[in-house]
Design a protein around this ligand. Sequence first.
Ligand code: GRF
Length: 221
Amino acid sequence: MAAEPLRGGGPGASAEPLRVGVLASGAGTNLQALLDSVHGAEAVIVGVAADKPGAVALERARNAGVETAVFALAEYADRDARDTAIADWLLERDVELVVLAGYMALLTSPFLHRFRGAVLNIHPSLLPAFPGVRAIEQAIAYGVKVFGVTVHFVEDDGGVDTGPVVLQRCVELADADDPDVVHAQLRPIEHALLPEAVRLIARGALSRDPDNPRRVVVARG
Ligand code: GRF
């Protein structure tokens, strides 16, 4: 079933900043890109949650005065219980959009149902090529000449990195053989693309093609 558009009414329909919750597991450079661009403008990041207490992303959030929380799996009976706690925490903050910015755990179905059509992920490959972990390593091993980044919705479709594509951007790296070098080339693309997607959602500029809900239609301008 197609997800409802996150913000209806067309571009510029809502003057209120979009309330965003971010989930992260690691360095948080994508979170930082959001904090430095859309936060305080079209969007407000109202909370950052991590599954690992040492995630540098938490520090970045605290430095920006954003509330943080840690939901370590070991402290819950199972993944469902952990994800319920995360969802409750986000909903207490009236989050309208959940952004996975390097969040390395898979979300359970009940979580995705509670935020239906409102979970965004960034992935360092041109999906549907190379989903899952170690995407850049997979791409190098395959021998591709063009690498890229995808921002996509996450839906309860049973797959990993299979949700509708929002934005993609590529870079030609014909001789690439080092994942770190490729990642360094992809970083600036990630840091531009994720804020751009959040901005588009905040402006109500994204909708689904009624004939093919996999197609996310972007109203530009
Ligand atoms: C990024 O490469 C993103 O595409 C992937 O995980 C990485 C997170 O990096 N999903 P950071 O924690 O935002 O620096």
